[in-house]
Design a protein around this ligand. Structure first.
Ligand SMILES: [Zn+2]
Ligand SMILES: [Zn+2]
Length: 323
């Protein structure tokens, strides 16, 4: 199952239809965990220790911050719309590796799940995927985010939010973004580069709301990267027994064992998969505790037993979908 999925995924083709491209599938610190390399244990960490000897294309245990690109081709005309979910600390590395590999020439719009470092700290580098203009005279990239994320980003990146130059201030080249506020409400969908997307508010710790996203008319996908609990309305929107079965659930799984206060760990993720009953699930956001190969075998057994295919996603994975 594993080698097959890698074979399909890493063909480096941009393809003609829509596809989901996993730019990152790791936790906030990303994998390899630096301490596993600078102060290696004896025996060394099996997940991190190969990070320097194996190229990332051949190492599904090399994981950047969780992020996904929707390559949306709505018509038969071969026109691509590139919608990026989250722009974390490792964004530049992800662009270098996977935009080149999958022949992605640009980003047409951005959607943010929340304002934590691993979801937004690459925003400065958005300019590297925008046309060059020393006077910033380019079309800004639409970026969809909640009001609370907007407030936090205005503190982290005041120069990306500032509309007008202050008197005497010289122009500096910065990413050009068109900030669009979205609601924390399953019913308040929005349109990003032609794709209709519904927010899925979830608890990411009991004091914090993060957004997942639901999209796709022909093939229904839910993307939930940071969750510790589903509120009732969100659970209804993505469950087979509620609004209808998902074709693909992409879900947070931080550690092998839980519980954790702000994330699902593998047992809660699998329990949620069973309850929501999608046709297929892919797990994201893993720490170095989870080994793509060894724990992947456990998922394979689980999938056979429960009748729902569940796998770990990996950086660079491309899943063709008909949205
Ligand atoms: Zn490690
Ligand atoms: Zn977070």
């Amino acid at each position: 199952m594993d080698s097959q999925s890698n074979g399909n995924a890493l063909n480096g083709s941009s393809g003609n239809g829509s596809a989901l491209i996993f730019l990152g599938t790791g936790c906030s610190s990303a994998i390899p965990n630096i301490m596993c390399l600078i102060q290696p244990s004896d025996p060394p960490c099996r997940v991190c220790s190969q990070a320097l000897s194996l190229p990332p294309e051949q190492n599904p245990n090399y994981r950047c911050n969780t992020s996904m690109l929707i390559d949306y081709c709505p018509g038969g005309d071969g026109k691509h719309n590139y919608i990026l979910i989250d722009v974390g600390k490792t964004f530049r590395e992800q662009v270098l590796r996977w935009f080149t590999f999958h022949k992605i020439p640009r980003v047409d719009s951005i959607i943010l799940t929340h304002e934590h470092a691993d979801a937004v700290l690459g925003l400065d580098d958005v300019r590297t995927v925008q046309p060059f203009s020393p006077t910033n005279d380019i079309d800004p990239t639409p970026i969809f985010l909640t009001q609370s994320a907007m407030e936090s980003i205005a503190v982290k990146f005041p120069y990306l939010v500032q509309k007008k130059l202050k008197e005497g201030q010289e122009i500096r080249r910065v990413a050009q973004l068109d900030w669009q506020i979205i609601e924390e409400d399953c019913q308040k969908s929005f349109v990003a580069s032609g794709l209709q997307v519904s927010p899925l508010p979830v608890m990411h710790g009991e004091d914090y709301v993060c957004l997942g996203f639901l999209f796709g008319e022909k093939y229904k996908v839910a993307y939930i990267s940071d969750v510790s609990r589903f509120p009732g309305k969100t659970e209804f929107a993505i469950s087979k027994s509620g609004a209808g079965q998902l074709d693909l659930l992409i879900l947070d799984a931080l550690y092998k064992r839980g519980p954790h206060n702000t994330h699902f760990c593998l047992p809660e993720s699998l329990e949620a998969v069973k309850r929501l009953c999608p046709k297929r699930a892919l797990l994201i956001g893993m720490t170095h505790e989870l080994d793509h190969h060894k724990d992947g075998e456990y998922l394979e057994e689980w999938s056979k037993r429960e009748g729902i295919p569940v796998q770990f996603a990996h950086d660079g994975l491309r899943v063709p979908v008909e949205l």
